[in-house]
Design a protein around this ligand. Sequence first.
Ligand code: CDP
Length: 211
Amino acid sequence: MSHLVIAIDGPAASGKGTLSRKLADKLELPHLDTGLTYRAVAHQLLQNGQPLDNEAVAVEAARQVDLSSLDKDVLSDHAIGDAASKVAVMPGVRKALVELQRVFAAQSPGAVLDGRDIGTVVCPDADIKLFVTAYPRERARRRWNEMQLKGQDADFDAVLADIQHRDERDMGRSDSPLKPAEDAYLLDTSEMDIETAFRTALDIVDKSRTA
Ligand code: CDP
């Protein structure tokens, strides 16, 4: 198989993570959830009691991120996601993490990466780009369900407000804002369960590869 890079972007709780993992499994490609790299920086700062708005300190934490030791269970905490979107506005942090992400994408036989800026900045030459969205209310419902399953008590309106703040921060930042690449396929999963979204995405991948 030749080198194949698939870039999957989208806002919080759009379903891009599950979709990316399923695609990577099916295509037998390694997968990187780049959100975890920003979460790892935020987690380290929170753990050390360091501020989230000091770029020099955050860049130092970003330089220590090791892709082989990202612990999804620890990093998936809701509060870490919010802190991650604060450190993600810093160009120095992005530069350090994008470097790691590009090395991951360059491995043979390719990779699936998901995030906010994969198709626009990290891998602008990706073979296939998907932009996965869903209405904010539906995304909040999914996030709220996830939290319930983990036994976390959460207020739905607070989760929705949080998703909306995060969207604003991710779309409004000047460095690598969240937006679809011009050549991305838009996949609105508001009315789709994960299996339907997966089938639709796989169809797009198959058609692009045979085109
Ligand atoms: O899982 P969820 O969609 O809630 O978030 P995530 O993908 O883990 O990303 C957490 C935060 O990291 C996002 O809100 C973004 O601010 C930031 N991020 C980014 O700026 N660029 C990426 N490629 C991935 C995540």
